[in-house]
Design a protein around this ligand. Structure first.
Ligand code: ATP
Length: 325
């Protein structure tokens, strides 16, 4: 391939910049022209393309967010939108695209690949909810951000003998909530993958822990538990206060979880994935997702990847419940 594009799509994730940098530099080293596509598939349809050079990606490896900006576009998912994108690719001579995003973005990459523009996906999403990957770019940074924020909340919660009920991101997956919950020593963790009973899994756990002398508590709730009109964290805090007598406060961490400088792990994995994605395109291979499995960089057919299922580690969940009392 002589010319490729790179875009970031869906929710931004720390480490996306490191992946863009790796893509651009690997391509430049191999004498491949690279266009940065601004604002994901929306920018592709609109022809918002920026020629990238080795120095265009200076000073971004340590930055959160994405220098290429991100967007969501319903129009792109239509046949007309897709054709607009393909016309732009032909106009600029783009023969392949690296798509950094989540599974929605990979569906777009699959559709473009099927229409003659080979695409390689890189999993960039804080939720770690891509089935073919043990690990997605941004997950580690996000976990560390949650841990740092909750540690701060814990200081004040402990000073006032309170219970803090904290909602973290994860609409469809509880990886963030489970792992952050373990890291902060939460008394209860609620995730969408595991059915819960408020009396058994929250109120009784707090009461039991109270008996051992504990006076302040952390309850971590994944967004997927409160989504779709289920209980809110405010309602949960109120219920905890009524049931246990412990003053309770609710907090939604929200977008603070997305930002910040990527951790070492996110920078290194993003660099490895960006490098592999260009290698695949150089071999003329598209319709693939680069993934990390057992600490190795591998790749899958996008269709196969999208049909895979990922399960929460129930042993980890069980352990969290045992050691949190
Ligand atoms: P995140 O996990 O952060 O939500 P994502 O990549 O899953 O990231 P989406 O909003 O689902 O985010 O998808 C990003 C974009 O990919 C969409 O705005 C749309 O342009 C494109 N896309 C999503 N689904 C499809 C599909 N079925 N066919 C074609 N394109 C799609």
């Amino acid at each position: 391939m002589k010319t490729i594009g790179v875009l970031t799509s869906g929710g931004d994730a720390p480490g996306m910049n490191a992946a863009v940098r790796a893509v651009v530099r690997t391509a430049c080293e191999n004498h491949i022209k690279v266009y940065g596509i601004d604002r994901g598939y929306k920018g592709l349809m609109e022809g918002s393309l920026i020629p990238m050079e080795i120095r265009t990606v200076c000073d971004i490896i340590h930055r959160g967010g994405t220098m290429l900006h991100s967007a969501r576009s319903k129009e792109f998912a239509t046949e007309e939108g897709m054709q607009k994108a393909i016309e732009i690719c032909h106009a600029y001579g783009i023969e392949g695209i690296v798509v950094i995003g989540g599974d929605g973005s990979f569906r777009g990459a699959r559709d473009l690949s099927e229409r003659g523009i080979p695409c390689v996906g890189i999993p960039g999403t804080i939720d770690n909810d891509i089935a073919c990957c043990d690990y997605t770019i941004g997950y580690d940074t996000c976990l560390n951000t949650i841990m740092e924020m909750v540690d701060r909340i814990r200081d004040t919660s402990a000073s006032h003998d309170r219970c803090s009920v904290i909602e973290v991101m994860g609409r469809r997956a509880g990886y963030l909530a489970l792992n952050a919950g373990i890291a902060v020593g939460a008394t209860a963790i609620l995730i969408p993958e595991v059915e819960f009973d408020l009396k058994r899994d929250v109120f009784d756990r707090i009461r039991r822990t109270q008996k051992t002398g504990k006076k302040h508590f952390l309850v971590i709730v994944a967004e997927g538990v409160t989504a779709d009109g289920n209980i809110t964290v405010d309602e949960l805090a109120k219920a905890i206060e009524e049931e246990t007598g412990v003053e309770s406060r609710a907090m939604v961490l929200a977008h603070v979880q997305r930002g910040g400088s990527p951790t070492v792990r996110d920078r290194v994995v993003a660099s490895q994935m960006g490098y592999r994605a260009v290698e695949l395109l150089m071999d003329g291979i598209g319709n693939r997702v680069v993934a990390m499995q057992k600490d190795q960089i591998v790749d899958y057919d996008i269709f196969e990847a999208l049909n895979m299922k990922k399960h929460i580690d129930m042993n980890l969940y069980k352990m969290a419940n045992i050691i949190s009392i």
